[in-house]
Design a protein. Structure first.
Ligand code: ATP
Ligand code: MG
Length: 489
């Protein structure tokens, strides 16, 4: 790709970017949230039209007017925001966009068989008949990967493929990537997880503010250098947790059970504390958060907020009692994409902002502005629609809206997923500030360094049960993993 330009109203997303990708390499594309990574890849995959520049495949200039042409040329992309059809089955999603059999017949058996085989090759077992919408984000991600491997791919773009995956699945994905590159397929890999970059990347290109900064062999740069190149400044201190003595108890779970997902889960959370929740995919972490937030009802057990049981009246009661959930899947649960940044941030604060039923617009703007400043959300203004922000910046809006809502307990499900390295540190700083103000945080995270670095205590779940409760200080990744795998330590 040479001299690629792309503008959106009010922003230059790509300002003459060039990218050269070789057969058989894993080319990592790095950059802060909003740097232009997804936009560049959407142009390659025909999802977006470029304003200027050229694309060459095997040295030949090509035009890629749409996704179909990209597909025909062997370009596959796994989008950052998953693109599956929720009410269709796994097998149907994998087969989607391909020609049906003769006479327009769809052979369901063959379709299911193929889906099962492909997923099997990725090392995952998923029922091909299950509607995709009923799968967790991680499993949906694996379905996307299986779908991308269809036909004879030449270039596969993976836009943050591991953001929803846990250790074992990441391992399988990396094995798949190695098989692909060995066959000469080029992989463009976008991730904010620096340890992955050095593990599987051959070369790396850094983008900043829509410009090409550098392209290097991974073996020639350090992570610290890359972070600095991305941010354009020095970024220090990865996990700046400042622990404070905890205050009174704000949240207590007593024997929470839910058929098939949670078994007798109990814990307490005190003011000023960060309780990390670790576990493998399917361990019940997200289910726990949903029960705590009143989104799902427990079959047994109860949730107490400041000593009083939470009424089983759904999320509304939890919010009124000062409990907020930052969901794992913000695309469907956290944001209204067709509304402005201002409206999204202010949404949960409306009862407080409305005087006699009339929303105080100046107050709304002030509130939204404070959050966009604090979290450095990259927008053209508060009126910009959330759907037009980059993935990481959408994520920051979800955080901003609950931070603004002034709740006592924040249930964060993967709070830094898709967030760039520098912005992660800002979110950690915010967590410090919130706990210093006496708020309590329950943080579910698949990133062990984050769990160890930012928690005070760690609850490890395995198959819906509490496998261990550890003090974070002095705990090791091995200890947490062993507990998560259900091994006695
Ligand atoms: N459809 C759109 N309308 C308006 N602006 C857009 C649109 N899509 C992207 N942008 C803007 O283009 C810029 C680059 O966005 P892009 O999604 O490429 O960033 P990114 O590098 O992928 O970031 P992230 O790491 O957060 O995913 C951002 O400022 C974004 O707000
Ligand atoms: Mg992106």
């Amino acid at each position: 790709m040479r001299g690629i330009r792309k503008s959106f109203p009010g922003v230059v997303a790509l300002d003459g970017v060039s990218l050269e990708v070789r057969a058989g390499e894993v080319h990592v594309l790095l950059g802060e949230n909003g740097a232009g990574k997804s936009t560049l890849m959407k142009i390659l995959s025909g999802a977006l039209a470029k304003d200027d520049g050229e694309i060459l495949l095997g040295g030949e200039p090509v035009s890629i007017p749409g996704p179909r042409e990209a597909h025909e040329r062997g370009i596959r992309i796994i989008y950052q925001e998953l693109n599956l059809v929720p009410h269709l089955s796994v097998a149907e999603n994998i087969a989607l966009g391909r020609e049906p059999g003769r006479l327009g017949w769809v052979d369901r058996r063959a379709q299911d068989h193929e889906a099962r085989q492909r997923l099997g090759r990725l090392g995952v077992e998923i029922d091909p008949r299950a509607p995709v919408g009923e799968l967790g984000v991680a499993r949906q991600q694996m379905v996307e990967v299986a779908k991308a491997l269809e036909g004879e791919p030449r270039i596969i773009v993976m836009d943050e493929p591991t953001s929803a995956l846990t250790t074992t699945e990441i391992h399988e994905l990396f094995a798949t990537i190695e098989r692909l590159t060995a066959r000469g397929v080029a992989v463009v890999y976008i991730s904010h997880r620096m340890e992955e970059v050095t593990r599987i990347g051959h070369r790396v290109t850094v983008l900043r503010d829509g410009r090409h900064v550098t392209t290097r062999a991974i073996s020639e740069v350090t992570v610290a250098e890359l972070v600095k190149l991305m941010a354009g400044r020095e970024v220090t201190e990865h996990f700046p947790r400042r622990r404070t003595p905890p205050g009174e108890e704000v949240l207590r779970a007593e024997g929470l059970s839910r058929a098939g997902v949670l078994h007798d889960v109990s814990f307490t959370l005190r003011r000023g504390e960060v309780l990390g929740v670790a576990g493998l995919m399917g361990a019940g972490r997200t289910e726990l958060a949903r029960v705590l937030a009143g989104a799902d009802r427990p079959d047994a057990g109860r949730v107490l907020v400041q000593g009083r049981p939470l009424a089983a009246r759904g999320p509304k009661d939890a919010i009124e009692r000062g409990l907020a959930l930052l969901p794992e899947d913000r695309k469907t649960q956290g944001l209204v994409l067709g509304l402005s940044v201002r409206a999204n941030v202010a949404l949960p604060s409306l009862p407080r902002l409305a005087k006699l039923g009339v929303v105080d617009e100046a107050g709304e703007s002030e509130l939204a502005q404070r959050q966009t400043d604090d979290l450095r959300i990259r927008t053209t203004g508060l009126a910009q629609l959330v759907g037009q922000l980059s993935g990481g910046n959408q994520q920051k809006v979800v955080l901003g809206k609950w931070l603004a809502a002034d709740v006592d307990v924040l249930l964060m499900d993967e709070p830094t997923r898709g967030i760039d390295v520098a912005a992660k540190v800002e979110i950690y700083e915010l967590m410090n500030r919130l706990t210093a103000q006496g708020k309590a945080i329950l943080m579910i995270s698949s990133e062990l360094p984050e769990v160890l670095g930012m928690s005070d205590r760690i609850l490890v779940l395995a198959r819906g049960r509490v496998a261990a409760e550890l003090q974070a200080r002095g705990a090791t990744q091995e200890q947490v993993l062993a507990a998560a795998l259900g091994q006695a330590s």
